[in-house]
Design a protein around this ligand. Structure first.
Ligand SMILES: [Zn+2]
Length: 209
C-alpha cells in the first residue's frame, strides 16, 4: 500500500486546550474536504451525548470507545461497509485507552494509511504515566507537547487534584469521574510547595480539633 499514515501523540496538562485543538483540526479537515472520524473513550456511563465539546463552545460528533472494544476491528468493519478509508482519526482523552487499544490504533495507521492523532494527558494526579500515554510514547511516530504556563510562569507538567478547600490530594483512584474542576495544572516545583502547604494546613487543623 502506497498511502502512509502516521500515529501522533499530542499531550498536555489539564486546561491546555487539547480538545479545542482537536476540534480546530476537525474544522480544518472539513474546509479541505478531508474525511475524518472523531473518537473518545467513554469513562462516564452517565454521558449519553456522543460529542466532543470544548469550553469555547464548538462540538463535533464522536464514536465512543468502550473499554473492551477492539478499535482495529471496529474501524476495519466501518471501512468495509462504507467503502471509504478515512484520511484522519482524531482521538480525544487518549490517556484512558488501554495499551492494547493503542496497538490497534497503530495497526490502523499501518494497514490503512489513516493518520491517527491522539490527544491526551501524559500523567495522572500522582505524576505517573497513564497506560495509554505510556504506550503512545513507545509507539507514536510524532510526539508533540502542547505547552501551557503555570501561575508562576514556568511550564505546567503536573495535573494536581484538589479537594473542596483547594488542598492538594495525593491519594485516590487514578480516574475520578465527573471531577474536571478538581484539577489544576501546575509546574513540578509549585506542586511540591503546594503539597507541603496542604500537609501543614491539615496538621494544624488536626491540632485545633
Ligand atoms: Zn509553578
Amino acid at each position: 500500500m502506497d498511502k502512509r499514515g502516521k500515529l501522533y501523540f499530542r499531550y498536555g496538562t489539564m486546561g491546555s486546550a487539547k480538545t479545542a485543538l482537536l476540534l480546530t483540526q476537525a474544522y480544518n479537515f472539513e474546509e479541505r474536504g478531508l474525511n475524518y472520524l472523531c473518537m473518545k473513550p467513554i469513562i462516564d456511563n452517565r454521558e449519553n451525548n456522543n460529542v466532543i465539546r470544548s469550553r469555547i463552545g464548538i462540538e463535533r460528533e464522536c464514536t465512543w470507545i468502550y473499554q473492551d472494544m477492539n478499535i482495529y476491528e471496529y474501524v476495519k468493519d466501518l471501512y468495509e461497509e462504507s467503502l471509504v478509508v478515512k484520511d484522519w482519526i482524531l482521538v480525544d482523552e487518549a490517556q484512558f485507552l488501554s495499551a492494547e487499544q493503542i496497538d490497534e490504533l497503530a495497526r490502523i495507521v499501518d494497514d490503512f494509511g489513516t493518520n491517527v492523532v491522539c490527544y491526551g494527558l501524559r500523567t495522572d494526579f500522582q505524576s505517573h504515566l497513564f497506560e495509554g500515554s505510556r504506550r503512545l510514547f513507545e509507539l507514536a511516530d510524532t510526539i508533540e507537547e502542547i505547552k501551557s504556563t503555570c501561575a508562576c510562569g514556568r511550564k505546567t507538567s503536573i495535573n494536581a487534584r484538589i479537594d473542596g478547600h483547594g488542598n492538594i490530594v495525593t491519594d485516590g483512584n487514578q480516574v475520578e469521574i465527573g471531577g474536571d474542576d478538581r484539577y489544576i495544572a501546575m509546574c513540578r516545583s509549585c506542586w511540591r510547595n503546594k503539597r507541603l502547604e496542604s500537609a501543614e494546613r491539615n496538621s494544624l487543623k488536626f491540632q485545633s480539633e
